[in-house]
Design a protein around this ligand. Structure first.
Ligand code: ADP
Length: 210
């Protein structure tokens, strides 16, 4: 019910931008499309929260290459944020694990988007991928605002935001709650290391395929 009107909204905006020719209208349409995209993503996140609460968040269970997922997300976000240099540091070429690739991609997008949003005035992000016999470990490191030690234990809570520290960065405080739920449902762990003014690294693990 929430998504159907947004989908038709996007469709009609697309038709309009194919027909409108003057520059100013094109610009307004572009801005409108960006806002609809943002609203769609907020609605999806809120629907995911409802699904978790109803015990209805379904996860698929398939074999996929986590290195490939990381490459895709790094490429996607580098494309939309030219100013940032996002590098993937790993000596792993291919790493098959079992789980829900779309949901794991959602977690990585969340962590990287946060790394970008909470790092004004910086331009470097490093993504790590390592493994041992038991687990695969992914890290997203930024050099941004960081998080005060007393706030660290709250950041995975639903609707929690460190808003006093970042009054100009908007958000709902559910990205990390969803990421936590997805990782725990995969039998993994997620945690943060951070220092105010220095930056943050968000880590998660997933079980290795045996
Ligand atoms: P949102 O970013 O929409 O507020 P999240 O659940 O993604 O919600 O994050 C919760 C809070 O954790 C954020 O409001 C922010 O204060 C803090 N946070 C998350 N990631 C970072 C980061 N990379 N650097 C600094 N603070 C962060």
């Amino acid at each position: 019910e929430l998504k159907t009107p947004l989908t038709s909204f996007s469709g009609y905006l697309q038709i309009l931008s194919n027909t409108v020719t003057d520059e100013k209208s094109q610009l307004f349409l572009k801005k409108t499309r960006q806002q609809v995209k943002k609203l769609s993503s907020l609605v999806s996140d809120l629907l995911d929260v409802s699904k978790i609460e109803a015990g209805k968040l379904q996860l698929s269970n398939e074999s996929f290459d986590i290195r490939q997922v990381l490459d895709n997300v790094v490429e996607l976000l580098s494309h939309g944020n030219h100013h940032f240099h996002i590098s993937l540091e790993t000596d792993i070429d291919e790493l098959l694990i079992t789980g829900d690739p779309d949901r794991i991609e959602q977690v990585i997008i969340n962590l990287l988007t946060n790394a970008i949003r909470y790092s004004p005035g910086t331009n470097r992000i490093i993504v790590y991928l390592t493994r041992d016999a038991a687990e695969v470990k992914v890290g997203v490191r930024d050099f941004g605002v960081g998080i005060a030690p007393e706030k660290l234990k709250h950041i995975f809570a639903r609707f929690y935001r460190v808003d006093d520290a970042n009054p100009t960065i908007s958000g709902l405080g559910i990205g990390l709650y969803l990421s936590h739920e997805i990782i725990v449902r995969h039998k993994g762990r997620i945690w943060v290391e951070s220092e105010p003014g220095i930056g943050s690294t968000l880590w998660f693990t997933l079980p290795s395929d045996q």
